[in-house]
Design a protein around this ligand. Structure first.
Ligand code: 5AD
Ligand code: SF4
Length: 450
């Protein structure tokens, strides 16, 4: 067995891709290993959304170089270094120029070629391989969907790329145009996951609710219809999806939240800014009013749904009035949890060239204010769970003896104790007793559901 080390940054789609790389390389004799120092191949799966992504990638590659040099010195063995993900897509050959110890560069649409590329690496010739093509045959048709070691919860990518072109975002350039995976290919993979013991599937896409494809009767299906079909898989118990765009929340999907019990009452719906001026500059293509209307409608159909979001604070041109508008919308929506980021330039994106950037100190204090409000809302949401009984999927052991960690339908982490040994993958009823900022604790009801 050869040893494979993968370090993954960024969104859930990257984590899904990394799982797929493991599945792809397994039949070629590679086994997952958790340190660089004694691995035969090191894959760095990069993210371009994080701030200073490119510089951070090169620093990390520098640390990898030191570790593989040490290995060579101690054992005489060469290691193969591959860079994957969105920084690989954006930088291409430049990675080899700046980090000549890298052997392979593969983009998110071409990593299915990794086994071939690895086979071509010759440590003596020190030949380099770059594959950042967008393939003609969809990547999904070339991946290995035989599933290994997934645990109770798994990701399943159903859509990739984005046609929205928000001016701050690098995704349309790194992941390409919107692509929806065909129904059959999704259902087949979901069934394989379930056969491997998975109980919860999170459907992934940069714009997951823009997913659409022909159903078996050639009728156009949207995400709501797809979820209804997936819900028919017997042992699949929990369905989630992320991330959605407000304009793609169609009635079918909203109704699915009311009608399909397996679809969890949780919606991650980024707003980015609560000011229409800024939304326009961001090219979000929707107004605050439209966003609030969607939330109202979703809550009409599923009153207890937990709403999460993303916010960019200090976008170029954001005035204190714009900032106030963001706070007003946050107060109106009442999020169960949300992510907020200081705006920073992503190379190649249109917003980078706007000249009226907000002062760093102002950005920081606005971010602090927003995060304080979001923290309060999350705490309130969690406290409201006290006294309720939640159906919880048990994900893993907690750090303490006899402790388990599970996930509530509202996407909260929940800790509880049990003497029972094999609860991972089970669904249990938990009476919530305490609430914290990022988690709940509770007591397990004696009778397990499954
Ligand atoms: N600056 C700050 N945050 C950003 N995001 C995307 N691009 C930027 C940027 N240039 C945030 C958005 C998006 C999340 C994944 O990352 O809020 O929804
Ligand atoms: Fe980026 Fe906007 Fe597309 Fe989301 S909708 S991936 S923020 S361009």
């Amino acid at each position: 067995m050869k040893k494979l080390f993968i370090k993954t940054h960024g969104c859930q789609m990257n984590f899904y891709d990394s799982e797929k790389m493991v599945d792809l390389l397994k039949p070629h004799g590679y086994q997952l290993n958790n340190n660089v120092e004694d691995s035969d191949i090191i894959v760095l799966n990069t993210c371009h959304i994080r701030e200073k992504a490119v510089e951070k990638t090169y620093s990390e590659l520098g640390r990898i170089r030191d570790k593989i040099a040490l290995r060579k010195e101690k054992t005489g063995k060469d290691s193969i270094v591959a860079v994957a993900g969105c920084v690989a897509q954006a930088q291409g050959k430049e990675i080899m120029r700046r980090s000549p110890w890298v052997d392979i560069v593969v983009g998110p649409q071409s990593f299915q070629n990794l086994p071939e590329l690895i086979a071509k690496v010759d440590p003596i010739k020190k030949n380099k391989h770059v594959d950042i093509n967008f393939p003609v045959i969809p990547k999904f048709d070339q991946l290995n969907h035989e599933v290994h070691d997934r645990g109770p919860s798994a990701f399943l990518t159903i859509q990739e790329g984005c046609d929205k072109f928000c001016t701050f975002c690098v995704v349309p350039y790194t992941r390409g145009a919107e692509y929806s995976r065909p129904v059959k290919s999704i259902i087949d993979e979901a069934k394989k996951l379930i056969d491997a013991g998975v109980k919860e599937i999170t459907l992934l896409g940069q714009n997951v609710n823009a997913w659409n494809a022909n159903g078996p009767n050639k009728k156009k299906w949207g995400l709501g219809r797809l979820i209804a079909e997936l819900a028919k898989i017997k042992d699949l118990e929990f369905i989630r999806y992320t991330t959605s765009h407000p304009l793609d929340m169609d009635l079918d999907l909203i109704e699915a939240h009311r009608d399909i019990e397996k679809l969890m009452p949780y919606l991650h719906l980024p707003l980015q800014s609560g000011s229409d001026n800024i939304l326009k500059l961001m090219n979000r293509k929707h107004t605050t009013k439209q966003y609030l209307k969607v939330i109202e409608k979703v809550r009409h159909y599923k009153p207890d749904i937990a709403i999460s979001g993303d916010f960019i604070i200090g976008f170029p041109g954001e005035s204190s009035r714009d900032h106030e508008s963001t706070i007003n919308v946050i107060n109106e929506v009442q999020y169960s949890q949300a992510y907020s980021f200081k705006y920073s330039i992503r190379p190649g994106t249109p917003a980078g060239i706007y000249y009226n950037h907000v002062d760093e100190k102002v950005k920081s204090s606005r971010l602090q204010e927003v995060q304080e409000i979001l923290r309060e809302q999350q705490m309130r949401f969690n406290k409201n769970s006290i006294g309720s009984t939640l159906k919880v999927l048990v994900l893993k052991h907690g750090k303490k003896n006899g402790q388990y960690l599970g996930r509530s339908p509202f996407n909260q982490s929940i800790y509880f104790n049990s003497e029972e040994l094999n609860l991972i993958g089970s669904t249990v009823d938990i009476d919530v007793t305490e609430a914290f900022q990022n988690s709940l604790t509770g007591k397990m009801k004696i009778n397990k559901c499954t």
